[in-house]
Design a protein around this ligand. Structure first.
Ligand SMILES: C[S@@+](CC[C@H](N)C(=O)[O-])C[C@H]1O[C@@H](n2cnc3c(N)ncnc32)[C@H](O)[C@@H]1O
Length: 326
């Protein structure tokens, strides 16, 4: 399991870049970039070195935390997965690459792809701070074009990327990423109904191409959730002083909502159920909403079943839990 905090080398590299940066200017740029995203725009608003740094300060801790939570879910289901090569599609400042580096000591080849020059330049600056990641390859270019020249990788990741594409581009990139996936594809999106619906569309598209779901779903069937419900999770992350200043925030932490899917070439046999909301623990029972191999279930674990109750008390939203405890 890896923690949601940025790795020390990344924090140090970001701190070094912050020297001489006006926090007020960074906050202004971060606000413009956030507004662009909220209005349905994309990272085209990130054009300068200051923009890239403002984006990294404001968003990298949260996207990093969401990626670490998704990777933890994957490694829990597939503990023997030991990828050697990584392809980080729409890598931006390199967030998913840093997280995958923490999650898998087996990784030796890191390839990043992105169209944005300012984010690529920042990523390369940050990555030189890491003895392990500094020899990565970072190709600038449109993802599908860039992927065409790339070898397949054991692990392919796209974090907070597919929301920047229209439906046709998204479907085409989905196929292109799967074609370059030797073992596992992990896609992470904001935990909004729109982010979830993109994840579900990608999931269905790739199941039709023979993919198997490793996480979060314990099955390859249609998602049993119906609107207004949607599958998402929450990762809490600490906020540094600079992070608070750039976001104009008071609280020392932030809760990042995210949706994700990990798809594999080979089926993974791990009978489990996924906890879909924070369970209600009371004196009589634990009540938990679960996604199970046979559909949605509300598990009620009575206190009189001491061992089961003790186990269920520890369930957290997003956990994979043993089916036998239901
Ligand atoms: C919101 S940022 C996320 C960056 C990074 N993956 C992260 O989690 O922090 C989206 C990134 O996707 C890249 N991107 C979007 N569409 C792209 C495309 N068609 N080809 C290459 N990169 C693309 C953008 O340039 C941007 O860096």
């Amino acid at each position: 399991m890896i923690t949601p905090d940025l790795p020390a080398e990344l924090k140090a590299a970001l701190d070094a870049k912050l020297q001489g940066l006006s926090r007020a200017e960074a906050a202004t740029r971060a606000a413009v970039i956030s507004k662009t995203y909220r209005d349905g725009g994309n990272s085209g608003a990130i054009a300068t070195e200051t923009d890239a740094l403002a984006y990294a300060l404001a968003r990298m801790p949260a996207t990093y935390a969401a990626v670490t939570a998704s990777l933890n879910a994957l490694t829990e289901i597939a503990p023997d997965f030991a990828p050697q090569s990584l392809l980080d599609v729409g890598a931006g400042p390199g967030t998913a690459t840093w997280a995958a580096g923490e999650a898998f000591s087996s990784l030796t080849g890191f390839t990043l792809v992105d169209a944005n020059s300012a984010l690529r330049a920042l990523a390369l600056d940050l990555l030189t701070g890491s003895a392990r990641l500094r020899d990565c390859q970072y190709q600038r270019g449109e993802a599908r074009v860039a992927l065409a020249d790339r070898q397949a990788a054991d692990l392919v990741m796209a974090s907070y990327v597919i929301g920047e594409l229209n439906e046709t581009e998204r479907e085409a990139l989905t196929d292109a990423m799967w074609a370059k996936t030797r073992d596992t594809l992990l896609v992470v999106e904001p935990g909004t109904p729109a982010g979830y619906s993109r994840i579900i569309a990608l999931r269905e598209q790739l199941i039709a191409s023979g993919a198997h779901v490793a996480a979060p779903c314990p099955h390859n069937d249609k998602c049993p959730l119906r609107p207004p419900d949607w599958c998402h999770f929450i990762q809490r992350l600490p906020r540094s002083r600079a992070h608070k200043q750039v976001k104009g925030a008071e609280l020392p932490f932030e809760d990042e909502k995210f949706s994700y899917v990990a798809l594999t070439r080979a089926p993974i046999s791990s009978p489990h159920a996924r906890v879909l909301a924070q369970p209600d623990v009371n004196k009589v029972e634990v009540v938990a909403k679960l996604c199970t191999p046979t559909g949605l279930a509300i598990a009620k674990v009575p206190r009189r079943n001491k061992a089961d109750y003790a186990r269920a008390r520890r369930w957290r939203w997003g956990d994979a839990v043993e089916e036998s405890t239901r």
